[in-house]
Design a protein around this ligand. Structure first.
Ligand SMILES: N[C@@H](CCC[C@H](N)C(=O)O)C(=O)O
Length: 289
């Protein structure tokens, strides 16, 4: 089985080219593949499949909004094996991979996700480095809620960008204090508000068009970046300053991305790096539960 390993601002993925959706991606296998000690190690898996093939093999029941059977589909799995609707860093790596591998040489196309169609523009790409803009769709505010981190309450806004986020802007928080925050344990949140779990972002307020963000991802733990999280962070930071549109540079542990929000929709632009490719041992894979 072929794989590539890539990352978007150090949010890292195992990429599995599987146009016919033939690979059995049961949760335990994904979790082992993503384990850093006994697998390849990653925050998640990106299966590169045709949307129609995922329907034929029963992975998807229906095609999400705006996705055609012939579109490429990012079948995303979190490191614990759970399925998530969307992954903003993943889409950039996915689109870059399609160009770099020769599976698709178009620079503008639609990537299907469980949250719907995500049009991409590959601004530049070579074998290892890409720069991709993703149309992230609607940014929906869900109302106020609270996260508890390291014994401290952070007020935030629930934001749906295809997957659920609780973006907490703290007007007093400096970049240094954010860096010192202990995000080892999963933040506490209101399960009545987020019945399917939530990704939690802690964010500094806007300063010269930029914010700093750290994130604890549902199904993964703390990651060095989260693309959908940067969109939620940008929306929350703009709202904190009384704005609902604008361009925000979001600085994360693994680099930075640019989020543009206009008319309730977001674009995300940032890098993609393809680090390696190789072969997963078939016997090892077949022996996993
Ligand atoms: N890292 C991703 C988000 C992945 C999904 C998330 N953990 C969830 O469960 O919703 C990104 O870049 O957006």
């Amino acid at each position: 089985m072929q794989f590539s390993k890539g990352h978007g601002t150090e949010n890292d993925f195992v990429v599995l080219p599987d146009p016919d959706a033939a690979i059995d991606l049961r949760a335990e296998r994904v979790a082992t593949l993503c384990a850093r000690s006994r697998g390849l190690g990653a925050d998640g898996v990106l299966r590169v499949a045709k949307a129609g093939a995922l329907i034929s093999t029963g992975v998807l029941d229906t095609l999400p909004d705006g996705v055609a059977a012939d579109d490429w589909f990012m079948d995303y799995r979190n490191a614990d094996g759970s399925i998530a609707e969307m992954c903003g860093n993943g889409v950039r790596v996915f689109a870059h991979y399609l160009n770099a591998s020769g599976l698709d040489d178009r620079r503008e196309f639609v990537v299907g996700s469980r949250a719907g169609a995500r049009p991409v523009v590959v601004n530049s790409a070579n074998g290892f480095l890409g720069d991709v803009t993703v149309s992230m769709g609607k940014v929906r505010e869900l109302g106020s809620s609270v996260a508890t981190i390291d014994g401290r309450a952070f007020e935030g806004i629930g934001i749906d960008v295809g997957n659920p986020h609780l973006a907490c802007v703290d007007g007093q928080l400096t970049a240094d204090a954010l860096a010192a925050l202990n995000l080892t344990a999963a933040p506490g949140y209101d399960p009545g508000f987020f019945p399917h779990g939530v990704n939690v972002e802690v964010v500094t307020r806007l300063d010269a068009g930029a914010v700093h963000m750290r994130v604890h991802e549902r199904g993964v733990g703390e990651t060095r970046s989260c693309g959908t999280g940067t969109v939620a962070a940008a929306a929350a930071a703009l709202k904190f300053d009384g704005a609902d549109e604008g361009e925000v540079t979001v600085r994360v542990l693994g680099g930075e991305v640019v989020v543009r929000i206009a008319a309730g929709e977001a674009d995300l632009r940032g890098p993609s790096v393809l680090v390696a490719s190789g072969t997963i041992d078939d016997d090892w894979w077949a022996g996993l539960r």
